[in-house]
Design a protein around this ligand. Structure first.
Ligand SMILES: C=C(O[C@@H]1C=C(C(=O)O)C=C[C@H]1O)C(=O)O
Length: 126
């Protein structure tokens, strides 16, 4: 196969086919594939914003950095999303990698939020 370093033509027809006869194509061209991906990305980012708001709220119920990190809960989330991946036919390695990155990012934000809070009983900044 030759390499031409040109981006694919979004409006061209198919250049390859899957060998699996059961494969049902979804789109007529790459532009249509990308419209669908872009529409999903809008929903995914909106959902990430909503998830982030709950992660922020979680900081109100924690005493220290270990509780912010909550490693047992992290593992529970990974196990749960891997089971969901299987149920929905998502690629498990993609789901796991995404969630490990997401959780790491959310924890970093939660740790920052935690430093900008005060103890409910003493009023001490933590
Ligand atoms: C939101 C929480 O805090 C952190 C963030 C998590 C997440 O993004 O799912 C999970 C555990 C914690 O590391 C929580 O403890 O539930």
């Amino acid at each position: 196969m030759t390499q031409n370093n040109k981006e694919p033509d979004p409006h061209g027809g198919p250049l390859r086919r899957f060998n699996d006869p059961a494969y049902v194509p979804l789109c007529r061209n790459l532009a249509e594939v990308r419209e669908n991906i872009d529409a999903l990305d809008q929903k995914i980012v909106a959902l990430l914003a909503e998830r982030g708001r709950y992660v922020k709220d979680a900081a109100r119920f924690k005493r220290d950095a270990f509780q912010v990190s909550a490693p047992a809960r992290q593992q529970q989330v990974i196990d749960k999303v891997l089971a969901l991946a299987e149920r929905h036919g998502a690629y498990p390695e993609v789901v796991e990698a995404c969630y490990r990155a997401l959780i790491a990012g959310f924890i970093a934000r939660e740790q920052t939020d935690f430093t900008q809070m005060s103890d409910v009983e003493t009023g001490d900044p933590t």
